[in-house]
Design a protein around this ligand. Structure first.
Ligand SMILES: NC(=O)c1ccc[n+]([C@@H]2O[C@H](COP(=O)([O-])OP(=O)(O)OC[C@H]3O[C@@H](n4cnc5c(N)ncnc54)[C@H](OP(=O)(O)O)[C@@H]3O)[C@@H](O)[C@H]2O)c1
Length: 338
């Protein structure tokens, strides 16, 4: 497994990380045993970075990751670096009620996460969304205190824009920014990528397959339950979905000519962006089965030369997607979109 350093102050991590969210929440039902087997297969393949959030099914995902780590061979467990997001507030109906980045809340969230994960430290800790009522300096400062006490190793950010990134980096060393980045979500290229590159901050990219939309496996007739984000996501609705699946068919032709899958082509494209933008970019793969994981890991063997890249970008230009990447209410929480 190739590795790279996540920003100038961050940890050395595998070139692909495993995002565990879908094993508990947001993409409909998942199989717990298969999820744990997928975490183990990822560790076995050399993946070192596991991403979770305390609000993914209200602690369920952290407990699942903790269980997987405890059941893994010691050497595999020790290689694992756990990245945790906090700050999203939930209610018993599963609703999302805001964000809390106050220092006392940061310490409280961390105490619960350490317990649920069953670890003595969190490798990368970040607030999921900027709390509009709390200056980022206070939230990052509270994480920095946890770093001093040994409960956290590195500080990350999530879905914040260039100005907030600069303020955070002036407060404490920042390892990485976690943000959506894919062939059809390229908003970070204008201001955010140049900023992280200048400041020596890495990127952990999520939604690299646009939540399965550009994986090559998503079909028009897929039934989405009310526990599936995609049932409400603008890109998966009506004419938007038809248009976006048309883009996937254009990618499929290119993938077939290269003898790779659509998902591998889409992941390889994101992998190719790091050297292009002078930043460490690590795709977080949302696999929750060993088959999907194996397909995703195959992207590490795909080389895209300049002709391939030009062909891909001609088929899917930067602004080609129909529909925003989140519903309006959730878009309004994204500091990165301001
Ligand atoms: N910071 C943030 O705001 C934020 C937001 C969202 C996610 N994240 C993190 O980023 C991680 C990845 O995000 P994501 O899950 O949206 O990523 P993604 O890779 O774009 O989407 C995962 C979806 O793609 C489908 N898929 C099809 N083929 C796949 C393959 N070969 N490998 C992997 N998935 C495949 C999965 O399918 P199936 O339905 O077949 O399982 C799943 O539904 C999450 O797990 C979470 O840790 C962070």
């Amino acid at each position: 497994m190739r590795t790279l350093q996540l920003g100038t102050t961050g940890p050395q991590v595998s070139a692909l990380g495993l995002g565990c969210m879908g094993m508990s929440a947001l993409y409909g039902d998942a199989d717990r045993a298969e999820s744990i087997a997928t975490v183990h297969a990822a560790l076995e393949a050399g993946v070192t970075l596991l991403d979770t959030g305390d609000f993914y099914a209200m602690g369920h995902n952290e407990m699942l990751v903790g269980e997987a780590l405890r059941a893994a061979p010691a050497a595999r467990r020790e290689q694992a670096l756990v990245s945790v997001k906090f700050g999203a507030l939930r209610d018993p109906d599963g609703g999302w009620t805001g964000y809390d980045g106050r220092p006392a809340a940061v310490r409280n969230f961390a105490a619960y996460s350490l317990q649920r994960l069953g670890v003595d430290h969190i490798d990368v800790y970040r607030i999921a969304r900027l709390d509009p009522d709390v200056p980022i300096e206070e939230t990052v400062g509270a994480i920095a205190e946890l770093v001093e006490k040994g409960y956290v190793r590195h500080i990350g950010l999530s879905e914040v824009g260039a100005d907030t990134i600069r303020r955070a980096a002036a407060t404490a060393p920042i390892a990485d920014l976690q943000i959506e980045y894919s062939l059809i979500s390229r908003g970070i290229e204008d201001r955010i990528l140049p900023t992280v590159s200048e400041l020596g901050i890495g990127i952990t990219a999520y939604g690299v397959l646009s939540r399965g939309l550009i994986s090559g496996h998503f079909t028009r007739d897929r039934q989405l339950g009310t526990n599936d984000f995609r049932a409400f996501s603008p890109r998966f609705q009506g004419a938007n979905l038809d248009h976006n699946l048309g883009l996937v068919e254009a990618l499929r032709k290119i993938a077939e000519q290269k003898g790779v899958s659509v998902a591998q082509l889409a992941i390889a494209w994101v992998l190719s962006r790091g050297p292009r933008h002078g930043a460490a970019i690590v795709p977080l793969i949302g696999a929750r089965t060993r088959d999907r994981l194996s397909e995703a890991l195959g992207a590490l063997d795909v080389t895209l030369d300049e002709t391939d890249l030009a062909t891909v970008e001609a088929a899917v230009p930067a602004d080609a997607a129909a529909g925003a990447r989140y519903p309006d209410m959730q878009m309004s929480h994204l500091d990165s979109e301001r």
